[in-house]
Design a protein around this ligand. Sequence first.
Ligand SMILES: [Zn+2]
Length: 302
Amino acid sequence: MFIDAHCDTASVLLDSKKVLKKNDLHLDLTRMPKGYTQIFAAFIDPKYHGTPMERAEAIINKLKAEIEKKTNKIELCLDNDMRLEALASGNSAAFISLEGGEPIKCVEDVGRLYDMGVRIVSLTWNGKNQLAGGVDSDGRVTELGRKVIEEFCKKGIIVDVSHLNEQSFWDVMRVTSWPVIATHSCSKSVFNHKRNLTDEQFSAIVSRGGVVGINFYPKFLNGRKKAYIKNIIKHIDHFLKLGGENHIGLGSDFDGVDCLPQDLCGVEGMHTLKEAFKEHGYSDELIEKICCGNFERILRLL
Ligand SMILES: [Zn+2]
């Protein structure tokens, strides 16, 4: 079984008018392995910051329309029980996340997004907004941001810290005692990129019981256009050294990146990734945790 904590396929489907069943993107249902859970992000591209809630709604409605097509064996899930039922019926499972908190102008907007099915939210993308600051900004978690995070805890929405700058990251850690996740981030000690996490950040996520989904983007893995599964494993090995066995997952960033590892070109490559883990010497138990079990623990909180 697999849980992939982040892909941008839903936004691309809306803009390209392609379909989820079969397409030439990084991910479609025809290539998706059995027993698969995908967290689909509604990414609020800065060009839609004038009408962010409308953009979120459009992406989510497109995704739901694709999921509801009769021959598409995938179900929209709002909690882990729904996921287990979907998988037991031989279907794949889908969750919705929001990447960029621009639609949240007041605490009540959290309820609106929750009712639309959103269960994971990253407060920002790379820039600063009314909630917090992303990696390209000096913003901090604002008063509204703090109230919104408290509302997330009440509702059962998980905070995704993947795009936050360091100050906002530590602000989030002060505001909430709930587990936080980084759906698609790697290790800064392995490759120094602004989107990767420091050892201190990773350890803080570990101490909260959170999970970090390793991003497959070569620019975050090794800073080049070309990378391989072995580069993904280097980031995992480093996090394992920091006590990460129960806190590492997968966050492919499929359809959100302009290149992928040479030996992992899309969702059909996930089995190859699993085999590479085995060849590298990871135990079956560890592989199960990385591919599924650790993020499943988070989905059980919903
Ligand atoms: Zn992202």
